[in-house]
Design a protein around this ligand. Sequence first.
Ligand code: SF4
Length: 229
Amino acid sequence: ADLEVLDARIGHCRACPRLVTWREEVARTRRAAFRDQEYWGRPVPGFGPAGASIGVLGLAPAAHGGNRTGRVFTGDRSGDVLFAALHRAGLANQPTSVAEDDGLELRHTRIFAAVRCAPPENKPSPGERDACAPWLRREVELLRPTLRVVVALGAFAWAAWWPVPTSVYGRRPPVPRPAFGHGALAWIAEDVPVLLGSYHVSQQNTFTGRLTPTMLDEIFARAKEIAGL
Ligand code: SF4
C-alpha cells in the first residue's frame, strides 16, 4: 500500500519544467503508429511487488514507451529485451510487456528509473537526475527490508545510485566511486544493496551486439545469487 501511495504521488510531480513540457507535448502530438492511443504523458512510477529483493534501475521512460503506456519499459524495444530476460530468469510470468493491462507480473523484482519523466533524446540533465533523486530514495526506503541487489542499467543509472547509500542507509560510498562496467559490482556495507552494473538494454547496445541475451542472462543469474533466490 505504501508503494501505491508513492506511485500516485510520483504521478503528479511537475518539478522539472523541461520534462513536463516534453512529456506532455509528446502525448499531445503522438507518433503516427500510436495515433489512436491515449498517452500517459506523466511521470512513470516503478513496477513490481513490494518485498522485492532485486531492483532494476533504468535511465528514464521512453517517449513512446513508458510515457505512452504508463508502465516502466512497457511498449518499447528496450523493454522487449529486458522482459524477455526477466522471463528467462524466472522473474517475470511472461516475456513481453506491451500495455498496462497485459497481465504481466514480476517476481522478487521491482523496476524503477533514475528519472521518472521521458526526456528529449533520452538524455536527462544532471539537474533533472538530482531533482528526481528523492523519488528513488523514497522507493528504496520502502523496499529496504527486502532489497539485496540493484542492477544499474547503464552508466547514468549507476551514477544516480550513489546518493542512496548515504540518504537511505547512512553509509558513505567510497571516493572515488567504483567505476561502471558490465558485470561491475559495488559492495558498500552489509546492509546496503549490492550495486551490479549492466549495459543498458537500449537498441544502440542490443542491435550492435554490445549487449547480448547471454550477457543479460549472466547479470540476472548473478543478481538472483546475490538475492539468495
Ligand atoms: Fe518530477 Fe522526476 Fe519528473 Fe522531474 S523527472 S518532474 S522530479 S518525476
